[in-house]
Design a protein around this ligand. Structure first.
Ligand code: AMP
Ligand code: MG
Length: 337
């Protein structure tokens, strides 16, 4: 049976109105964000949000992030506090998600039955224009089949969510950040806790809060109603079908030992001519963390479509900037169930 592929829509005013109407009627739409592409539905409509879980094959105990057009709308869905307001002022629109006590209008399905809701104002102008055209917040997880590599352009969404209920993707170009948002639990504002490293560096959050942020708790069993602090943060996630092997830093000798039918992904473009072999790839010309993050998922996806027996990837070693987020995604991509 041929795969039914959803259509791509350019962000014209007419298309934004059309897609907002689809969302108003309870439909799902692929949306661009600065982080990764999302699969959006009306966050206040449980039946619409159920379509997201179905299309992704996402388990019901993995709650959704609610996206707002502006920080001033936060009080519509969550109970805010001074720490949250300071962070929103500093980093929204942007790749920071705050977990806060929820308002009753947010369906239990969206929060997986929790009394907290994850909220963010995305920086992608097209996404924000769509939310404004809707007039209601949009729940949107990454637009990939559950567990697979996240999409960083509209074509990735079209290629991996064909044959689902998804019919339309708003094309906003390539994602500029390329990894998901940083998630911070502020439901107890005195004890902010990092739930997921992401597109906003932890040190920037700490400098605004003027306080250390606690690290993620080890997640417990992921059953419904479980008390694991970061639901959905499974050890295996963001995974290509091809096995991934991680390496601290690959020396020339180590690289030359890897067979030609296994791909090697370096962080930095190699200077040695001997390394410019067809199985060697790199994520950044100069090794900057921002471009490594931007290229990471697209490179893994492209290699996963090739005939490589394994994908070897170098891990960034620093604890600054986007390095923890890149390490987190790679570690989960390499994890075995
Ligand atoms: P995704 O949208 O696929 O990047 O995943 C969103 C992630 O946000 C989930 O997997 C959870 O880890 C986290 N999340 C969403 N809502 C909550 C919440 N109420 N409490 C804690 N974590 C949340
Ligand atoms: Mg995801």
């Amino acid at each position: 049976m041929p795969k039914i592929k959803p259509a791509l829509f350019r962000p014209t005013p007419a298309n934004l109105t059309r897609l907002a109407n689809q969302l108003r009627r309870g439909g799902i739409v692929g949306v661009p964000a600065e982080t990764v592409y999302g699969l959006a539905a009306n966050a206040l409509d449980a039946t619409a949000c159920a379509r997201i879980f179905k299309a992704k094959g996402r388990p019901a105990n993995d709650p959704l992030i609610v996206h707002l057009a502006r920080a001033a709308d936060i009080g519509n869905v969550a109970l805010t506090n001074p720490a949250a307001e300071r962070l929103a002022e500093a980093f929204w629109p942007g790749p920071l998600t705050l977990v806060l006590p929820k308002k009753p209008c947010v369906p239990d399905l969206v929060t997986s039955g929790r009394n907290t809701v994850a909220v963010r104002v995305p920086a992608h102008p097209v996404f924000r224009r769509l939310i404004k055209a809707c007039g209601f917040p949009l729940a949107a997880p990454s637009a990939n089949p559950f567990g697979y590599i996240s999409p960083t352009c509209a074509a990735h969404v079209r290629d991996s969510l064909g044959n689902t209920e998804l019919r339309a993707i708003l094309d906003g170009g390539d994602c500029t950040i390329g990894v998901e948002s940083t998630i911070l639990d502020l439901s107890d504002p005195a004890h902010p806790r990092l739930l997921r490293p992401g597109g906003l560096a932890l040190e920037k959050i700490e400098s605004v809060l003027q306080q250390k942020v606690l690290g993620p708790k080890k997640s417990g069993k992921l059953t419904l109603g479980s008390s694991a602090p970061a639901p959905g943060m499974l050890p295996q996630h963001y995974s290509p079908h091809t096995p991934v092997r991680l390496h601290p830093a690959l020396s020339l000798k180590n690289i030359q030992r890897i067979p030609a039918n296994e791909a090697i992904v370096l962080l930095l473009r190699p200077r040695q001519k001997t390394l410019l072999t067809p199985n060697v790839f790199w994520l950044s010309e100069a090794g900057q963390l921002a471009s490594i993050a931007r290229n990471l998922f697209g490179q893994l996806r492209q290699l996963d479509q090739g005939a490589w027996l394994k994908i070897h990837v170098e891990l960034p070693t620093s604890n600054e900037g986007l390095a923890p987020a890149i390490r987190d995604r790679l570690t989960r991509a390499a994890a075995k169930v």
